[in-house]
Design a protein around this ligand. Structure first.
Ligand code: SF4
Length: 351
């Protein structure tokens, strides 16, 4: 039985011992291979007003965009060609992208390309999740952001933590591999709150997790807040590895926004997945969720990181490391099935 106290002690404990044990556990559960997840930010339209986010609806200075289906498919083609086996279709929460349009887009991706599809488009209805699952989506990333209800309400004026947790449970029942995560460094956040974030991921029995630092954006109420602390974010990743065991833990792009080697460091203390931004360049700067420092963010730059670390690129799709309880992988026409079957393609060297 995992307790708050146990996680807090990990977070506050000896840094070298924590990182070393987390790296050993990463190796044990995931092997040395690092899976590359290619993010395609297909729409920056958002109807929410989260206090830390540059896409919030009150940021009226931001030019909004939504990629066409052809632009998405062209980007997936480039991703597949460069060896990426998972694409993450991400957007703000909005109703301007029709559920059916996204379903048809997912189906087109799965029909034409040999990739797994992760969605990250926020809280939607169960029927909508079912539609996208039926269209071929494999995974869903829905960060809970912060597990303390009072902190959640402080930074999210128009959404409820309970709704996010219910959505994650719906997604899991529908057979998605699910992921959650938090923001490290929110004002007022304590080690107890961070422990609660990890505990919630454990309780939800997630397949993936992403813990990233706060990166303040100038056009938000948190403009003058300090960035999240890199060391603390790495401690959260390391502690999460020890508590969550066989899950994919991401080295997120936000880590590189506060330190040029942030993702690289995360891969040495528990992370086994690396995120790379594949959004086409005319739109990438408009997905202004937080200020990016212009660090290299390409498959090539990620491969350079892995080469420096002496770690291979993960083989296979990088599906869940947990037993395939729910028939995870959606078959692509003309390709092998993994539906209800094994994740063996991943387990040899995978995250
Ligand atoms: Fe919208 Fe997500 Fe940003 Fe909140 S965090 S404003 S839901 S894009």
């Amino acid at each position: 039985m995992v307790s708050h106290r146990q996680i807090e002690n990990l977070l506050k404990g000896n840094r070298d011992a924590l990182f070393s044990e987390a790296d050993a556990q990463r190796s044990h559960h995931c092997g040395d291979g690092v899976h590359i997840r290619g993010i395609i930010e297909f729409s920056n339209v958002c109807s929410r007003n989260c206090a830390y986010c540059g896409l919030r609806r009150d940021n009226t200075t931001l030019k909004r965009f939504t990629l066409t289906r052809e632009e998405i498919l062209t980007t997936v083609a480039l991703a597949e060609k460069s060896g990426v086996r998972t694409v993450v279709l991400q957007s703000g929460e909005n109703d301007t992208v029709r559920d059916e349009w996204l379903a048809e887009t997912i189906k087109a991706v799965k029909d034409r390309f040999d990739v797994a599809v992760t969605l990250s488009v926020g809280v939607k209805s169960r029927d909508c999740y079912a539609l996208w699952r039926q269209a071929g989506a494999d995974r869903y990333l829905l960060k809970h952001e912060v597990a303390s209800v009072s902190l959640y309400n402080t930074f999210h004026p128009d959404s409820q933590l309970d709704d996010r947790i219910s959505a994650l449970r719906d997604l899991q029942l529908l057979g998605y591999q699910i992921g959650t995560g938090n923001i490290v460094g929110l004002p007022g956040q304590s080690p107890t709150d961070l422990a609660a974030d990890i505990l919630l991921a454990h309780t939800l029995d997630v397949d993936m997790a992403a813990f990233g630092p706060l990166v303040p954006h100038a056009n938000t109420p948190l403009a003058h807040t300090a960035s999240g602390d890199l060391d603390l974010a790495l401690r959260v990743i390391a502690a999460a590895r020890l508590i969550l065991g066989p899950v994919h833990i991401a080295a997120t792009t936000a880590l590189d926004a506060i330190a040029s080697d942030g993702r690289e460091k995360a891969l040495t203390c528990g992370a086994n997945v690396i995120m790379v931004n594949l959004t086409p360049s005319p739109y990438r700067r408009l997905y202004d969720i937080y200020p990016k420092k212009g660090q290299p963010n390409s498959v090539r730059s990620v491969q350079d990181i892995l080469a420096r670390l002496g770690r291979p690129t993960g083989t296979g799709y990088g599906h869940s490391l947990k037993q395939p309880k729910r028939g995870f992988f959606q078959k692509r026409k003309g390709h092998q099935t993994g539906l209800g079957g094994t994740t063996q393609d991943d387990t040899a060297s995978a995250p």
